[in-house]
Design a protein around this ligand. Structure first.
Ligand code: FES
Length: 125
């Protein structure tokens, strides 16, 4: 089956994304493999990335859906402490190479959607 690109997929209500609260997890297919992703709010904007560290492709949350370090300013991988910019996903410190893989998101009318791409698609049921 051919993957559909550029589709908006409902993720959650805007109210579910509060800075400092838990991220909202969702499932995608990345390069043909099921992969978890997460969305969060930071300084008013919604961002989403694959839950996949750029050091070793492991999930990063230290508790379920908790990704921020103690300052609340950086995403941190629980395995070896790599730190990433919440706005860009780029590596700031630690053993990561490159950065997190972003998922395009869009917020309007109190709803948040994510967008499929050539690499990131919906699960097929
Ligand atoms: S797996 Fe994330 S820092 Fe090593």
């Amino acid at each position: 089956m051919t993957a559909t690109v550029g589709v908006e997929v409902f993720l959650c209500d805007s109210a579910a994304l509060v800075q400092g609260a838990e991220a909202v997890p969702f499932e995608v297919v990345y390069l043909g493999r099921n992969c978890r992703a997460f969305a969060f709010r930071f300084e008013g904007q919604v961002y989403a990335y694959l839950n996949r560290c750029a050091h070793v492709p492991m999930e990063m949350d230290y508790q379920p859906n908790r990704f921020f370090d103690s300052t609340g300013q950086w995403l941190m991988c629980s395995t070896h402490g790599a730190m990433y910019s919440p706005q860009t996903g780029t590596c700031r410190a630690g053993p990561c190479r490159g950065g997190l893989i972003p998922v395009k998101v869009h917020e309007a009318d109190g709803k948040v959607h994510w967008h499929t791409s050539s690499q990131i698609t919906q699960l097929e049921f």
